[in-house]
Design a protein around this ligand. Structure first.
Ligand SMILES: [Zn+2]
Length: 141
């Protein structure tokens, strides 16, 4: 079994054996680490590659002016550090990317969405404390 994951640096798709899915892999194109333990900054160009990968992609739709979003940011970052490589984490600035936010009908922020193989599998509106966020996340891993 192989899994398709996108590189966090150049966003090229990499196919790697499932049993080698660890934090150690490197991108075949740019040779950088496939996992960094940090959320990726997503934009329209990179979104599709990561949402379409075999790993769950957890997206934080946020904006710089949103207080609850800023409060939630460290919770999201620490989840990325401990949950990778079981999932990929990405941040989508809805001010920079209004078309993407519109496509997914984001009405309030923060909104968290989980994608897998291009499909939405989960959605949650509002910031959660760390423990509840991890609990919610578990069902998608
Ligand atoms: Zn790369």
């Amino acid at each position: 079994m192989t899994v398709m994951i996108a590189c966090p640096h150049c966003h090229r798709k990499n196919r790697i054996p499932e049993d080698r899915l660890s934090g150690e892999g490197r991108c075949g194109a740019c040779k950088k680490a496939l996992f960094t333990g940090k959320p990726i900054v997503l934009d329209t160009a990179s979104f599709g590659a990561h949402a379409g990968s075999d790993l769950p992609l957890v997206v934080d739709f946020w904006a710089p002016w949103c207080g609850p979003c800023r409060q939630f940011a460290p919770v999201f970052e620490s989840a990325a550090a401990s949950v990778e490589p079981a999932a990929r984490f990405g941040k989508l600035n809805t001010e920079d990317e209004p078309a993407l936010a519109g496509r997914y009908g984001i009405r309030s922020i923060p909104t968290l969405m989980v994608f897998r193989q291009g499909r939405e599998v989960g959605r949650l509106s509002g910031a959660l404390p760390s423990e509840q966020f991890r609990q919610w996340l578990k069902q998608y891993l």
